[in-house]
Design a protein. Structure first.
Length: 263
């Protein structure tokens, strides 16, 4: 279905995202990173299992996780920013080598957190998504204990990324005709690297999940690409001007944006 050209190994040839991915993969293999990945997998599994279609695209900053194992879609492939990630191709996520309206499900795992152009990455992912297709986006929540540690310290690779709120991402999606249908959050405990201390704060996880608190360390946004419906207008053959078929936006936001552009 697709082809890709590997990028040379020279650091000068790599994108900023490609340069940070090896350090992020190393961090996700730590005790804290593995705990976060396990929670992300647990929350994403029922969501991914509910998606249907023909093509499933997964893009992540680490090769340590594979959300596609839960998918019922037969054709599942991964794209990476470096050859070490083992994807189908090494690409620039700001300019995907895929045709528009070709992918049923797109999963972005922390790409927006560490891309130099997160809005363009989201735009490209929305472009390749088919009308009615789904996007699952996972990002770090800056308004959390984990996010606070990212602001106060800058030693770890995961602490040197963007600080993007889920509400801001939803606004960007809205401009790209993506309707955010749900937002889930996870990892409410202290961001500790010691497994023993992490286990002692498991009560914070249970409390946050039960009360649906908004300060989980990461969020998962599920969005659907809106479809413009075509409505047949009854033609008055006696009138001088003959109306034709018109595209009717599927949501008030799309309609409002169209009126604004005409002014």
């Amino acid at each position: 279905m697709m082809t890709g050209k590997s990028r040379p190994g020279n650091d000068e040839e790599q994108s900023p995202l490609g340069k940070v991915c090896p350090a992020l993969s190393h961090w996700f293999s730590s005790s804290l990173g593995e705990e976060i990945l396990s929670q992300q997998l647990a929350l994403a599994q029922p969501l991914v299992e509910g998606f249907f279609g023909y093509h499933f695209l997964q893009a992540s900053v680490t090769q340590s996780v594979d959300f596609g194992t839960f998918s019922r879609i037969n054709h599942r492939f991964r794209l990476g920013a470096t050859s070490e990630q083992g994807g189908a191709a090494v690409v620039e996520f700001e300019q995907l080598p895929l045709p528009a309206d070709s992918i049923d499900v797109v999963l972005l795992h922390h790409l927006l957190d560490f891309s130099s152009h997160p809005h363009q990455v989201l735009r490209e992912a929305a472009r390749v998504l088919i009308p009615g297709g789904h996007m699952l986006l996972i990002g770090f929540n800056p308004f959390s204990l984990l996010g606070l540690s990212r602001l106060l310290f800058s030693r770890g690779a995961y602490q040197r990324g963007n600080q993007l709120r889920a509400a801001r991402i939803a606004d960007w999606m809205n401009l790209l005709d993506l309707q955010a249908e749900r937002v889930d959050r996870g990892f409410f405990r202290l961001p500790l690297q010691q497994k023993e201390l992490l286990s002692k704060t498991a009560w914070m996880e249970r409390l946050g999940s039960r009360l649906h608190l908004p300060w989980g360390g990461f969020y998962i946004i599920v969005a659907r690409k809106e479809v413009a419906r075509v409505r047949t207008i009854k033609i008055n053959w006696r009138a001088e001007r003959k109306p034709a078929l018109v595209a009717t936006p599927s949501s008030p936001r799309v309609a409002a944006r169209g009126k604004h552009q005409k002014r």
